[in-house]
Design a protein around this ligand. Structure first.
Ligand code: PMP
Length: 313
């Protein structure tokens, strides 16, 4: 479980520093108003022994986009961001597990948009190798907000407060994952991924204007579908379509391609198409069967002495 790990090193204030030192002041807008934007980035061990992040450039660009929408300055260029991500994982990784990096811009100084200063904080967590397990899911009574209220295009932690409520609701109903609908009662997304529905051999996902994040993984999956000859469409998805779908999956950086085993207690049939897609996705991100839609930022495995000197600086 990601949330229980307390890794030794965190990147903040421009360098690797001990986990215990990563603190924010109670008067900062990050704490007062939950002002931050973030990305979740996955890295996988590759067959040549290097470590590779998936779509790092796109995550960096989306972080910039979220920051811009919330008027948070973010001056770091991509190369420095890439270096920081690689240096943190190199201080923490182990060959048996992959890693997930959370890149967060916390607003440390400023007041109502004046004098805003932000710091990039990177934390990295170990992830078991292997395919994701099917999940039981439900449809939440909580809704995804519209673009005029709390735009889901901004990847900010405030957007996850309703997701947290959905998770709590789901736990009470025996559903570890939950799907959020939008104000029109159509499918938006799940707590932390996009929803992909298979109907009559066609893969369908709600577009961002229905209340889904502009997902990087969905774009990859769209390309994989094209290669595998699976028709792919972005269009509104109604609630009843979930209940009659042939297959339902969750797609995202962390979910990869996860199949839904049941929806509100109703068992789902086998999911052969999603299984194929999921296998193809994992083969691409782990470098076993590269695909042009999966861009990897790879670095050779660092030697322990190089890591120790970097962390001590
Ligand atoms: N929706 C939400 C709410 C998410 O948190 C995520 C994960 N970042 C996604 C969708 C999937 O986006 P991506 O494929 O870019 O990880």
């Amino acid at each position: 479980m990601i949330k229980l790990q307390k890794p030794r090193w965190v990147f903040f204030d421009g360098a690797l520093r001990p986990w215990e030192d990563a603190k924010l002041h109670i008067s900062s807008e990050a704490v007062l108003r939950g002002l931050n934007v973030f990305e979740g980035i996955k890295g996988y061990w590759q067959p040549d022994g290097s470590f590779g992040f998936v779509a790092l450039r796109r995550h960096y660009d989306r972080l910039r986009q979220s920051a811009r929408l919330l008027h948070i300055p973010f001056e770091m260029n991509f190369t420095a961001f890439e270096d920081a991500c690689h240096s943190l994982v190199a201080a923490l990784y182990e060959p048996a597990r992959n890693m997930w990096v959370r890149a967060t811009l916390y607003v440390t100084e400023g007041h109502w948009g004046e004098g805003t200063v932000a710091d990039l904080v990177l934390t990295a967590y170990h992830q078991e190798k292997g395919p994701p397990q099917p999940v039981d899911t439900g449809i939440s009574t909580w809704q995804r907000a519209i673009d005029l209220a709390l735009p889901c295009r901004i990847k900010t932690s405030s957007n996850y407060q309703v997701a947290r409520l959905a998770k709590i609701e789901g736990r009470r109903r025996g559903c570890p994952e939950m799907i959020l609908l939008n104000q029109w009662g159509r499918v938006a997304e799940s707590v932390g991924s996009c929803v992909l529905v298979l109907r009559d051999g066609k893969a369908v996902t709600p577009p961002p204007w229905e209340g889904a994040l502009e997902s990087i993984t969905i774009d990859i999956v769209a390309e994989l579908c094209r290669s595998l000859g699976i028709p792919f469409e972005r269009r509104p998805v109604e609630r009843t379509e979930l209940l009659i779908a042939d297959e339902i999956g969750f797609v995202g950086t962390l979910s990869e391609v996860t199949t839904v085993r049941s929806i509100d207690g109703q068992p789902m049939p086998e999911a052969p198409i999603l299984a194929r897609l999921g296998e193809r996705y994992l083969a691409a991100v782990t470098g076993l069967a590269p695909h042009p839609a999966v861009e990897l930022s790879c670095r050779p495995r660092a030697s322990p002495s190089a890591i120790a000197s970097e962390a001590a600086e």
